[in-house]
Design a protein. Sequence first.
Length: 339
Amino acid sequence: MGKIVILDENTANQIAAGEVVERPASVVKELVENSIDAGSSNISIEINNGGISMIKVVDNGSGIDEDDVEIAFERHSTSKIRKADDLESIYTLGFRGEALASIASVSLVELTTRVKEKPYGKYIKIQGGLVKEVRQTGCPVGTTFIVRDLFYNTPARFKFLKKDTTEAGYVSDIVNRIALGNPHISIKLVNNRNCVIHTPGNNDLLSTIFSLYGKETAKEVLEVRYKDEKVEIFGYAGKPEIARTTRNYQSIYINGRYIRNKTIFSAIDEAYKTYLMKNKFAFVVLQIKINPIFVDVNVHPTKMEVRFSDEQTIFRAVYHAINNALLSKSLIRNVEISE
Ligand code: ADP
Ligand code: MG
């Protein structure tokens, strides 16, 4: 008798969840990215106990057609790509079709959703990957997701969660980054009934920076604008005066996706080299547009890492973009005053 079996679907989902869903912040990231992909202009997130006991995400996006609601929770189910070739030209944040299946396998999920073509919506309740209830319901166009008791059935995962306040911090950090990368969407985060983030959604990056980091930061940033044949960059670079001791205040977006990338970080460091002391990191927000053909986003399950086919081009673009901003008049004047 052989010993090898194929795991049942729910077990496979729980294992896959280990890759995508590490903590409440990863659930929030996946749900909010889905809301963005659905074309929402308004997304509101509410968490209790750091998101461990409850995460609620409400959007006014396209909604999910009633016929698709159950399929959406299957593994590898997505409306965003059809074949591997589509990965070459990906403009959506999602494409792996794993988040909903993963989240639903390790929590209690309630989804209410409606598309504008239908006068009613659909409600589904799933516990540990098993469908408990499905029915039609009256609701506004868009989607409401409630995730309760994360990791209630995976004690090994639950054990690794930190204190509520620490988890709430992770959630707030990820929502902050997503909000900064999407100034055209009004994003709100409520933690234990306190509103901690609320961006205007007026498509103005500077007023989004203002709402997330305050006036002191917003008035000390320089506009970044750059364009060559392959890369286009828009954003803000902090004056040396507001440099920090960590890289946490550097937010980079490639085609709307928040990423971390060594080449880009070192281009930023290089541009600031003559302005900053060692171990100081500039405040930087960069929205980089590049033909998706030059970027591989399918490097890591959380899609936070990307690979560029031409690292030199991206390095040069980021370096020059920031360098030009730093050389702009306002900074020179400012340096003179401070000397
Ligand atoms: P992916 O985002 O990689 O496609 P997910 O598991 O995150 O996979 O979601 C599965 C599908 O469910 C999506 O492709 C999308 O069609 C649908 N979906 C999920 N969340 C939303 C939402 N908030 N609004 C509209 N559709 C959604
Ligand atoms: Mg998704």
